[in-house]
Design a protein around this ligand. Structure first.
Ligand SMILES: Nc1ncnc2c1ncn2[C@@H]1O[C@H](COP(=O)(O)OP(=O)(O)OP(=O)(O)O)[C@@H](O)[C@H]1O
Ligand SMILES: [Mg+2]
Length: 300
């Protein structure tokens, strides 16, 4: 339903998107991750037909992005979209509904975005997080097949974010395809059934959150020592990628990331140390993401 075939986009000397191949399937909830400047917004803009690719083609529902949008099949929430200021929230939502070929009742849209209480406020006086919710309401004002959200929860507090995820999940449960860019890896982990990591305009990893974590390969090892830690000896452990030592009283706590935890732990005992509270665990999505993107930078 969404297809990028060899899509490239440069701004002068900056290659924002490079030879991108991507297929999204109906009903998927997909998170787009990547460091600042990775090409997430550019990809979404290309998808929405707001920018034209230099090379390759983007198609939406078998047609051009422009036509798919005219047909009311796509709802979008952009990173830098301004909101009309001098109107009330309800009026703005009604306008979006009226412009949509298959608009929903206004009260339903307000409730779905959790903004019923602020419906009579002036748009120009909303807080940042409230404005984000209004943007979401505009993106969900009608029956869309695809919703595209660029960093939708930026500026929201923790509890607003949780509520917002509920609203996003309901969209997905109703069978819509949801594509969102985010810097909150916890958000990707919690909502997306597919995670795409972009880096310098290319797909660095594409899979479930569990697959991305496994791909990063590393494991965390942590333990306590009764006395001070011998940093140099620990640094020489095999397959170690990071080491941190913190001292607490006469003892110390050591945290290690390793590409081959079994071998690292084996060598640890070989040092004649008596690690207590030894824990070996997989990486969270956040660490996996950092491991993948820094490895990619190092390989350049
Ligand atoms: N209109 C533009 N003119 C020139 N360069 C641009 C333009 N838009 C984006 N870029 C450049 O293209 C690259 C990709 O930008 P993009 O906005 O797609 O990144 P992003 O992944 O969305 O980043 P962020 O996480 O900061 O939102 C960056 O290097 C950016 O500076
Ligand atoms: Mg962006």
């Amino acid at each position: 339903m969404v297809s990028f075939q060899g899509v490239g986009k440069s701004y002068g000397a900056v290659r924002a998107v490079a030879d991108l191949h991507l297929e999204l399937h109906p009903g998927e909830t997909v998170a787009l991750l990547g460091p600042n400047g990775a090409g997430k917004s550019s990809t979404l803009d290309l998808l929405l037909g707001l920018r034209t690719p230099d090379t390759g083609t983007v198609s939406l529902f078998g047609t051009t992005p422009q036509r798919a949008i005219e047909q009311g099949r796509v709802g979008a929430m952009l990173q830098s979209g301004g909101l009309m200021d001098g109107v009330k929230v309800r009026e703005l939502v009604r306008l979006a509904r009226d412009l949509h070929p298959h608009g929903y009742p206004v009260d339903q849209i307000l409730a779905g975005a959790g903004i019923t209480e602020i419906a009579d406020r002036m748009v120009g006086k909303l807080s940042g997080g409230q404005a984000q919710r209004v943007r979401f309401a505009l993106a969900t004002a009608g029956a869309n097949d695809l919703i595209v959200l660029d960093e939708p929860t930026t500026g929201m507090d923790v509890s607003s974010r949780q509520t917002f995820w509920g609203a996003m999940r309901r969209q997905a449960d109703e069978g819509r395809t949801v594509l969102f860019a985010t810097h909150y890896l916890e958000e990707a982990d919690a909502i997306a059934d597919r995670v795409i990591v972009l880096h310098r305009g290319r797909v660095l990893a594409d899979g479930t959150s569990a697959e991305i974590k496994a791909r990063a390969g590393a494991r965390r090892i942590s333990f306590d020592l009764a006395g001070p830690a011998d940093r140099a000896a620990l640094e020489a452990l095999p397959h170690l990628t990071t080491l941190s030592v913190s001292n607490a009283g006469s003892g110390s706590t050591v945290r290690i990331q390793s590409r081959a935890a079994d071998a690292t732990v084996h060598a640890l005992y070989g040092l004649g140390l008596y690690p207590r509270n030894l824990e070996v665990s997989g990486l969270g999505l956040e660490q996996a993401f950092i491991a993948l993107t820094t490895a990619e930078e190092a390989a350049r």
